[in-house]
Design a protein around this ligand. Structure first.
Ligand SMILES: [Ca+2]
Ligand SMILES: [Ca+2]
Length: 374
């Protein structure tokens, strides 16, 4: 079509020049006539080809995005401005281009169900785990408008950060909550145990019930918040191994501590039949390790309620002088706050270790929920 049009333009140009020179019109008047012919031709082309018109008048959309992460997902919300066909959008995450029509990588959810355009109030959910192969990464995200190759927005997101980030805001300036309440499982944490019979699992109390029966005791099974919490220790089984062995159950995670962070806190609950002897590495208690070393439990740790607990250089357990082993006790949910200001801006290995004196009589377990870095 273009070739035909071009040919026509040239033909008309030549004819007009011949006509102009034959009739003896001056060069200025000739140019005016020529420009008029070109203008009328352009109008004709516009009338003939609506597709061409749309191509020529298409502009880069003015769109407001809200980008934030929820555990392993990056969520892009359309908050206002123009609708955009999905086919015109491309997301680049950690230098990997993601075609939004490729359902293997991107799940597109929108409020209307089957819309083919990214409209106001719609969401794009990117499954980072699937794309990156793992979680806990800080990645650069770009949203590109394909027809004009314009980057509509650039954002840095952390795939483990569930804080709500506004456009352009980095995780460093928002509250970082590490897989905060185990509502989506144990994603992001590593688990290790000296014996496989130890329980390390996420409990969903709406499935298991608010109380469960263990050795004839009605054990409270409610999370600190939401439906789920993590339990680690000997709850379903008796402590394994031979008497006197030290059993270990450990969870750990790699964390990049924001530059302005001061504390890491979490909620814990001790339940079971065993205790800790004061100032002795004896019986059942838990430890908090940063980079493989015990924190300074006396100077670095604050508990909202010390009642019934002993805290010394070995860790935190039920005080044997408060209630000796052999009696069931439930500490209820308590908050632990650790001063982590010395690790601000650094990457650390954070671990919680439940340590048992394996007597096969007095089992103990630790419940965890709602981790937070501020
Ligand atoms: Ca929870
Ligand atoms: Ca024990």
């Amino acid at each position: 079509m273009y070739r035909a049009l071009k040919k026509r333009i040239y033909t008309i140009k030549i004819v007009s020049i011949i006509m102009v020179s034959k009739r003896g019109i001056g060069p200025v008047a000739g140019l005016v006539i020529f420009m008029l012919i070109i203008a009328s031709l352009t109008v004709a082309v516009y009338t003939l080809s609506p597709k061409l018109v749309s191509m020529l008048t298409r502009h880069t959309p003015n769109t407001i995005f809200n980008i934030y992460t929820s555990q392993e997902d990056v969520i892009i919300e359309h908050k206002g401005g123009d609708s955009i066909p999905y086919s015109d959008l491309r997301v680049k995450l950690a230098n990997k281009a993601i075609n939004l029509s490729n359902s293997d990588y991107v799940v597109i959810l929108d409020t209307s169900g089957n819309s083919s355009t990214f409209d106001v109030m719609d969401k794009i959910i990117i499954k980072c785990c699937k794309i990156l192969g793992s979680v806990n990464k800080t990645v650069k995200l770009e949203i590109i408008y394909v027809p004009s190759s314009v980057i509509l927005v650039t954002s840095t997101v952390n795939t483990l950060c569930v804080a709500k980030l506004s456009q352009g805001e980095s995780p460093e300036t928002a509250e970082v909550i590490v897989n905060s309440g185990f509502e989506k499982g144990i994603i992001g944490w590593n688990i290790s145990a000296t014996h496989k019979r130890a329980t390390v699992k996420v409990v969903n109390s709406s499935v298991e019930g608010e109380t469960i029966n263990i050795l004839g005791v009605k054990v409270n099974n409610t999370p600190h918040s939401g439906n789920s919490y993590l339990v680690m220790g000997y709850r379903e089984y008796r402590e394994d191994g031979h008497a006197g062995e030290h059993e270990i159950v450990k969870i750990n995670i790699t964390l990049t501590i924001p530059k302005d962070a001061k504390t890491l806190s979490f909620w814990f609950r001790l339940q079971g039949w065993d205790s800790k002897i004061k100032n002795a590495d004896a019986y059942d208690y838990f430890k908090i390790l940063i980079n493989g070393k015990d924190i300074d439990y006396i100077n670095q740790l604050t508990l909202d309620n010390y009642t019934g607990l002993v805290v010394d250089k070995y860790g935190i357990g039920r005080d044997n002088t408060f209630l000796p082993w052999g009696h069931y006790w439930d500490s209820g949910w308590r908050k632990a706050t650790i001063n982590i200001s010395q690790y601000a801006g650094k990457t650390i290995d954070f671990a919680i270790v439940m340590r048992f004196f394996s007597d096969n009589i007095a089992r103990t377990w630790l419940c965890l929920d709602d981790f937070s870095i501020k």
